[in-house]
Design a protein around this ligand. Structure first.
Ligand SMILES: C[S@@+](CC[C@H](N)C(=O)[O-])C[C@H]1O[C@@H](n2cnc3c(N)ncnc32)[C@H](O)[C@@H]1O
Length: 230
């Protein structure tokens, strides 16, 4: 059977999984990620869940084709609802909106455990996900950027620490990305600053929002300042 080849986004996530752990992949779709992790010996066991029947059927076919039925357990459920937390060390939630990812974490109380490790790849509302994590005692340990052509994907690595994490608006928009000090991170920060500047420009055109636009221009400039010294 052919080796599993991952896209740069999924490969970046796979590289952030701890070695020798049991993993859960939420919203697994085709199950490429768990298949890669168990066949490469990175994970010893994987639970792969998806809310929809179609993806679970695709996943079942792929798991069977790679003869991984004994090391990958497939579950059709919402989020982590039917996943046994005692059987999982690292949890991956990728390819969904930041709000849905926050909701899935919020519904799985067993994640409030310092031994668990979260790898999150939001497609939208990354700032809201960062806020949720900080407000709810999850520290953002690291963030990596995966590039696929023009598209940039943020992958957040997070752990429960049991106390609220302080943050400001700049952190919510760039997170820990700045620590990476590489080209992809610079592109990400420039892009975040440009998105905020466009919002400010839009606000400036409306009489009601003109005053608020100053705050957004300022935020965009503060984000750009993160690049100084890098
Ligand atoms: C865009 S795909 C992402 C697949 C894969 N995780 C990736 O990153 O390539 C989103 C998957 O999440 C599933 N999904 C959506 N909402 C979900 C939920 N609340 N719980 C579990 N799975 C969900 C969908 O059925 C779909 O298979």
């Amino acid at each position: 059977m052919k080796n599993i080849e991952l896209s740069p986004r999924l490969k970046t996530i796979a590289d952030m999984v701890r070695r020798g752990v049991r993993v859960a992949d939420v919203g697994t779709d085709h199950a490429f990620l768990p298949l890669y992790l168990v066949t490469k010996g990175i994970a010893t066991f994987a639970t792969a869940s998806d809310i929809n029947e179609g993806p679970i059927k695709n996943a079942q076919n792929n798991v069977k084709a790679h003869q991984c039925e004994d090391v990958i357990k497939l579950i059709q459920c919402a989020g982590l609802d039917d996943v046994d937390g005692t059987q999982v060390d690292d949890v991956i939630i990728a390819g969904m909106g930041g709000e849905l990812i926050s909701e899935i974490i919020n519904n799985a109380k067993w994640l409030k455990n310092t031994d668990k490790h979260l790898l999150l790849q939001p497609m939208t509302r990354v700032n809201e996900l960062r806020k949720y994590l900080c407000d709810n005692g999850f520290d953002i340990v690291e963030e990596k950027i995966a590039c696929e052509g023009e598209r940039l994907y943020t992958i957040i690595s997070s752990n429960y620490v049991g106390k609220q994490i302080e943050y400001d608006e700049v952190f919510l928009h760039v997170g820990k990305v700045v620590s990476n000090n590489n080209e992809a991170s610079k592109r990400y920060i420039l892009n975040q600053a440009s998105v905020i500047k466009k919002i400010a420009e839009g606000m400036e055109k409306s009489d009601d929002m003109k005053e608020k636009s100053v705050k957004y221009y300022d935020l965009s400039n503060q984000i750009l300042l993160m690049l100084e010294g890098n």
